[in-house]
Ligand binder design. Structure first.
Ligand code: G3H
Ligand code: ZN
Length: 297
């Protein structure tokens, strides 16, 4: 539930770690992530975008959430770690209403960051109110600033960095539990190595919030490919949710592809898929940027 997840963020803020939020759209990557998190003895935050919910539900995002929610809950019983689900980059308020009603996710991200400030405030505030009115403990993540790249149905050609003073006003007026900020990361594969990361800006945002008595956990989107030392620096400034999608999808697909290419007879899904899941979380095999799987990195 949201209350338990909130206490993980409290712990993260105190101790300076970040919980990796890993995107899934189907059970294979989900089971690999659970196994990996368990091996690291870490809690796990899974997340599904609108597109992922539709994919899992054969076109119906509510069916997708229900199916994956049941799948996640059932398999999580095999482990002792905490497993949470976030609804990533949501834009449809009607769908959010349904997600709150079903009470499956522990948190929901409303992404109205591509709208003008006032509209972003209004839409994000509306989601916070929907959760409150339902008497739910689901946490609400909202975003201010714009992250370059493609994520699900949202595409941004240009980056707009988050302004610290505006961040204070935004959190104050929306009542959001978590704030996603734009500090130089990008969504997707084609980001290259020349990211202009701004840990100084994360610092200023965190500072401005704290000056106003706000201890809001910050969220870093587009974290695949960000080097561990860069990530570590971000974690010093209140980032405690680290979104990685491309990283795990890439690793899983590449491993499965390699297996099937090496053995053309391995066409029965369980053979290839089980091997891929295993290879996926053999820490020594990680590539391409060699970051070790650590949901708390
Ligand atoms: O919301 C998901 C993330 O921001 C993922 O970004 O695919 O660049 O890791 P990424
Ligand atoms: Zn994102």
């Amino acid at each position: 539930g949201g209350e338990e997840l909130a206490s993980v963020y409290d712990e993260a803020l105190d101790e300076g770690f970040g919980l990796v939020a890993s995107n899934i759209a189907e059970p294979n990557v989900m089971m690999g992530l659970m196994e990996g998190a368990d091996r690291m003895d870490s809690d796990l935050l899974l997340q599904m975008s609108g597109g992922a919910c539709k994919f899992a539900g054969n076109g119906d995002p509510v069916a997708g959430l229900q199916a994956m929610g049941t799948y996640i809950e059932t398999i999580a019983e095999q482990y002792d770690i905490g497993v949470f689900l976030n609804m990533d980059h949501q834009t449809d308020l009607e769908l959010i209403e349904k997600q709150i009603e079903l009470d499956i996710p522990s948190s929901i991200m409303i992404d109205a960051s591509h709208h003008p400030f006032e509209e972003n405030v209004e839409t994000s505030r509306e989601v916070v109110e929907m959760v409150e009115e339902a008497g739910s403990d689901i946490l609400v993540e909202a975003e201010l600033g714009q992250i370059k790249g493609v994520e699900d149905e949202i595409e941004a050609e240009e980056a707009f960095y988050t302004d610290p003073e505006q961040a204070v006003e935004f959190v104050d007026r929306t009542g959001a539990d978590l704030l996603a900020i734009s500090v130089g990361t990008q969504h997707g594969v084609a980001k290259g190595k020349d990211l202009e990361l701004r840990p100084d800006l994360a610092h200023d945002i965190r500072q401005a919030l704290r000056d106003h008595g706000l201890d809001t956990p910050l969220v870093l989107h587009g974290s695949s490919g960000v080097q561990p030392d860069q990530l570590q620096e971000m974690l010093q400034h209140g980032i405690c949710k680290v979104n990685k999608d491309t990283r795990y999808q890439y690793e899983y697909t590449r491993t499965a592809y390699d297996l099937y290419s090496e053995d053309p007879n391995a066409i029965v899904p369980p053979e290839g898929v089980e091997d891929a899941r295993d290879t996926f979380f053999n820490e020594t095999e990680w590539s391409p940027n060699k970051d070790v799987f650590d949901p708390r990195v």
